[in-house]
Design a protein around this ligand. Structure first.
Ligand SMILES: [Zn+2]
Ligand SMILES: [Zn+2]
Length: 180
């Protein structure tokens, strides 16, 4: 969704107030969610305001994605959320054009725009990508697939010899088996 700077009033523009909630559904259309298999936005907010020709965007989102566990390849749901503030400076200003940019507060990111308007989807894509995890486990202690026979070791004990020394638990199990 494209917003022209001329649409933004002096008080700023609250996207949800100005457009209802319909803009949220299509926000991530066409985005490559990899390594996630899919991604959708659950809620989002965005406030745009102008300071001269500089455009400040502050917003937040909650998104949910699906991918496979890195060890056992079971499906996993991932939840991502973030708050952000970005100051978009007209590209024709150039980074050297505004000397006071060096005084930007820490929580304010810097971006560029053409000075005429901004694509809201791009703002969110950039922020959502930052929250996508590179690796996901179904749970911290996931035992993964057996590298020898491919069995899901969370569900069954295939009995293949462990590739490394084994855990204390394995040693105990061996002792118990020997008693039988
Ligand atoms: Zn797993
Ligand atoms: Zn095995």
């Amino acid at each position: 969704m494209y917003i022209r700077v001329t649409e933004i009033s002096r008080e700023g523009m609250d996207l949800t107030g100005a457009r209802g909630n319909s803009w949220i559904g299509n926000l991530l259309d066409g985005m490559d969610p990899s390594p996630l298999g899919s991604i959708r936005i659950l809620s989002a907010a965005l406030f745009l305001s102008l300071e001269g020709r500089d455009l400040e965007a502050s917003g937040s989102f909650v998104a949910e994605g699906e991918c496979s566990c890195d060890r056992c390849s079971d499906p996993v749901n991932v939840r991502m959320e973030k708050e952000f503030r970005t100051l978009f400076v007209p590209r024709d200003h150039g980074p050297a054009g505004s000397a006071d940019l060096e005084l930007l507060p820490d929580d304010l990111d810097l971006g560029f725009y053409d000075g005429a308007g901004i694509e809201v989807n791009d703002i969110f894509w950039e922020q959502v990508v930052l929250t996508i995890p590179a690796k996901v486990l179904c749970r911290e202690e996931c035992r993964g697939l057996c590298p020898r026979c491919g069995a899901d070791r969370n569900r069954e004990d295939c009995g293949c010899p462990a590739e490394t020394g084994g855990t204390p638990f394995d040693v105990l199990k061996t002792l118990l088996q020997e008693k039988e």
